[in-house]
Design a protein around this ligand. Structure first.
Ligand SMILES: [Zn+2]
Length: 78
């Protein structure tokens, strides 16, 4: 019986979706061009990245300062 109920649980739509849509607004993402690492600004804290003297997040792989790129969603160039 234990196995059956486990399967039922799996089939009854108990999917724990991480609600990306309702997450905090992101204004852009930090890139490390060398490593191809991309981390959204709202995820920097969650990733626990170090920051350099200017407050720029540092690449978790190589430790270089990352390049900020604004998302195109609010890309007003005014
Ligand atoms: Zn890197």
């Amino acid at each position: 019986m234990g196995i059956v109920s486990t399967i039922e649980d799996a089939l009854t739509g108990r999917t724990e979706k991480s609600a990306d849509e309702s997450g905090p607004e992101s204004t852009g993402a930090y890139w490390c061009d060398d490593c191809g690492v991309r981390i959204r600004d709202v995820e920097v804290a969650a990733e626990g990245l170090d920051h350099d003297d200017e407050g720029t997040p540092q690449c978790p792989d190589c430790g270089d300062a990352m390049r900020f790129e604004r998302s195109h969603a609010d890309g007003c160039a005014c």
